[in-house]
Write a protein that binds this ligand. Structure first.
Ligand code: SF4
Ligand code: SF4
Length: 337
């Protein structure tokens, strides 16, 4: 079903029952944050600075605390993971990122409980991407700006109005539950939406031969490209922190004097020199070129081995935010040539 939605009124209804998150901020910095009304959201952003993964795998979170001062050791239960929540305004590349992370975090024999609960309790209202950046290349990775997979409902902005379409039973429920916020869509709006879609898809027409790229990556271990990029890369880790699919974390314990010991999980990055440093001092990826190669191997070779698709959604963040202009797309093209 699809109808015109009064988004402002819908959000007023949703916040009574759910934690609602949407893109908040501007071109300098933005992320998915809790909102109480439409005015707090910025749905014109192409994609947020910080990826949606932050709501499933927070940059830093306390896993538990242990109060050793008490006679019995107590483990603090994790709070807020069972809250029902709605993510509104996620683009296709973000939702694809969550799909890939879900494979990593819940696909094995020991699913990550926190990630799994958050995913289970989340309804995703996507937003069609009408103006991809010149750094975006999602279509080359099998996603496209109008992709609906992984969403429960999707919004498309046409002539200043929002069309809302349900994509599954959860989505259908919205139309029954909040009938007053929807109105019928007319033929002109639908035609306009289809034309928009056609013109956006025409612009996102880059294709990459991922099979050939993987073969070359696997074969050319000593490709001089890695040394060349390492002359520029400053190992800041931004490309991995802001990547919607990068998934590595570190665990550390902290305790202040007289305070409970807390265990934290925080994002980590394969671009950091100590990422693979071992207790005895050996570091298998001590050289920068080895770390750079690892980033590409993980996304375009190992991820395909494990999950039959690349670990990249083509969101272009790593291109946009790298301080020294390391461009993943340019590098993939060079690997292929
Ligand atoms: S963002 Fe650029 S400089 Fe920073 S680690 Fe990544 S490739 Fe290197
Ligand atoms: S590798 Fe770069 S383009 Fe691909 S998903 Fe990560 S940030 Fe986006």
């Amino acid at each position: 079903m699809e109808k015109i939605v009064n988004l402002s009124r819908l959000i007023e209804e949703l916040v009574k029952e759910y934690d609602v998150f949407a893109p908040v901020g501007d071109d300098n910095f933005s992320q998915f944050s809790p909102i109480k009304n439409l005015g707090e959201a910025n749905l014109d952003l192409i994609n947020t600075t910080k990826p949606l993964k932050n709501l499933f795998l927070p940059q830093s979170e306390k896993l538990f605390s242990v109060d050793g001062a008490k006679e019995n050791i107590t483990l603090e239960p994790k709070k807020n993971i069972n809250n029902k929540r709605i993510i509104l305004g996620a683009k296709a590349c973000e939702v694809k990122g969550i799909e890939l992370l879900t494979k990593v975090y819940t696909g094995g024999t020991l699913p990550d409980e926190l990630f799994e609960e958050r995913r289970k309790n989340t309804i995703i209202i996507g937003l069609s991407c009408l103006e991809p950046r010149d750094t975006c290349f999602c279509a080359a990775l099998g996603v496209n700006p109008f992709e609906e997979k992984g969403m429960d409902l999707v919004l498309t902005k046409i002539n200043g109005k929002f069309v809302m379409k349900s994509l599954n039973q959860k989505g259908e429920e919205f139309f029954k539950k909040y009938p007053d916020v929807f109105s019928e869509i007319n033929k002109e709006d639908l035609e306009k939406r289809d034309k928009l879609k056609e013109s956006v898809l025409k612009k996102q027409n880059l294709s990459l031969d991922l099979k050939e790229i993987k073969e070359k990556l696997d074969k050319e271990v000593d490709n001089p490209l890695w040394e060349e990029i390492s002359q520029r890369c400053i190992n800041c880790g931004i490309c991995t922190y802001l990547c919607p699919t990068c998934q590595c974390f570190d665990i550390h314990d902290e305790a202040g004097k007289g305070q409970a010991l807390c265990r934290f999980r925080t994002w980590d990055s394969c671009m950091f020199p100590d990422f693979t440093l071992m207790a005895g001092g050996h570091n298998p990826r001590g050289k920068k070129k080895a770390r750079i190669r690892q980033r590409f191997m993980h996304k375009f070779s190992y991820f395909i081995d494990n999950f039959y698709e690349p670990g990249c959604t083509g969101c272009g963040r790593c291109i946009k935010f790298c301080p020294v202009n390391v461009d993943i797309l340019e590098i993939l093209k060079k690997v292929k040539d």
